[in-house]
Design a binder for this molecule. Structure first.
Ligand SMILES: NC(=O)c1ccc[n+]([C@@H]2O[C@H](COP(=O)([O-])OP(=O)(O)OC[C@H]3O[C@@H](n4cnc5c(N)ncnc54)[C@H](OP(=O)(O)O)[C@@H]3O)[C@@H](O)[C@H]2O)c1
Length: 248
C-alpha cells in the first residue's frame, strides 16, 4: 500500500515511514524539501498520486494564533488534493484534550483540524496522543533563564514517540474509524517534576523552580491533557525513555 505522509521528515513522520517500509508498504514524505507545501497545496496532488492513505503529521511553525490559519489551509489542501488523487483514508495525529483547552491557541488549532477533517465528508481516523517524552526537553528550554527552568505543575501524561508510531501504524493500515482514539503514556506526572526527572538523570547545571505562571502550560492547571477514561496506555515510562533513548 502507498501512504503519503505530510510531515514525513519530522519526529513522527520519519519513524512512521520507516515502519511502513519495514512492513512492506511504501511511505512517501510530502514536505517542503520534496516540493510539497500543505499550506499552499503546491505539489500535494502529484505527491498523493497512487496513495490509498494520506497521513498528516505536519506541524505549524509557531504555537501562537497563526497555527489556526495553518490548519485551515492545510485541511482544505489535503482534502481537495486527496479527493482528486482518489485517496481512500485520511489520518491526522492530534493531541489528547485539545478541544478542552481553547485558551491554548496551538491546541485550539488542532481541535479545529480534527473537526474540519470529520466535517469534510472523507473517510477519516484521528489518533490523539499526549505530549511526547521527546517534547519535554524542548518545553524546558523555552523557559530556561540564567540556569533556572521555571515550569508550572500542570499534570501531563507523556508518551514515547516510538509508542505513538506503533499505534499510528495500526490506524494507518486499518480501515477508517471516523473516530478519535486516545493514546497516553503509562503515568501522570506534574510538568515541573518531569523536568526534575530529566535533570536528575541528565544533569546540565540547571535547576527547576516551580512557577505556576511560566510558559505555555501555565494556561492548563487542570488534568485536561492527561489520559481520558477510554485512552490506550502505552508501555514506555518517562524514566525508561530517559535511560534508554536519551538524547531524543
Ligand atoms: N510534540 C508533541 O508532544 C505532540 C503531542 C501530540 C501530537 N503532536 C502532533 O504530532 C504531529 C507530529 O509532530 P512532530 O513532533 O513529528 O513534528 P516535527 O518533528 O516538528 O515535524 C514537522 C513536519 O512537518 C513538516 N512541515 C512543516 N510545515 C509544512 C508545510 N507547510 N508543508 C508540508 N510539510 C510541512 C516538516 O517538514 P518541512 O519543514 O521540511 O516541510 C516536518 O516534516 C504534529 O501534528 C503535532 O501536532 C505532537
Amino acid at each position: 500500500m502507498k501512504v503519503g505522509v505530510i510531515g514525513g521528515t519530522g519526529r513522527i513522520g520519519s519513524r512512521l515511514i520507516a515502519h511502513l517500509q519495514a512492513a512492506g508498504h511504501q511511505g512517501t514524505a510530502l514536505v517542503r524539501s520534496t516540493g510539497v507545501d500543505v499550506v499552499s497545496g503546491e505539489g500535494l496532488r502529484e505527491g498523493l498520486d497512487g496513495c490509498a492513505v494520506c497521513v498528516d503529521v505536519s506541524t505549524p511553525p509557531a504555537f501562537d494564533e497563526s497555527a489556526r490559519r495553518f490548519q485551515e489551509e492545510a485541511m482544505s489542501s489535503m482534502v481537495e488534493a486527496g479527493r482528486a488523487a482518489g485517496v481512500e483514508h485520511y489520518v491526522v495525529l492530534s493531541i489528547v484534550g485539545c478541544d478542552e483547552v481553547p485558551q491554548v491557541p496551538y491546541y485550539a488549532a488542532k481541535a479545529y483540524q480534527e473537526q474540519a477533517l470529520a466535517d469534510s465528508g472523507v473517510p477519516w481516523s484521528v489518533l490523539r496522543a499526549t505530549q511526547f517524552h521527546e517534547f519535554i526537553p524542548d518545553v524546558m528550554d523555552w523557559t530556561t533563564e540564567r540556569g533556572v527552568v521555571r515550569l508550572p505543575s500542570t499534570p501531563l501524561q507523556p508518551v514515547a514517540a516510538a509508542d505513538v508510531v506503533n499505534r499510528l501504524v495500526e490506524i494507518v493500515l486499518g480501515p477508517p474509524t471516523r473516530a478519535r482514539a486516545n493514546l497516553a503514556g503509562p503515568e501522570s506526572l506534574a510538568l515541573d517534576d518531569l523536568a526534575r526527572h530529566v535533570l536528575a538523570l541528565h544533569p546540565d547545571g540547571r535547576a527547576v523552580v516551580t512557577d505556576e505562571n511560566a510558559g505555555l502550560f501555565a494556561a492548563v492547571p487542570g488534568r485536561e491533557l492527561t489520559a481520558p477514561r477510554d485512552a490506550m496506555l502505552a508501555p514506555t515510562t518517562f524514566d525508561q525513555w530517559l535511560r534508554d533513548s536519551w538524547p531524543a
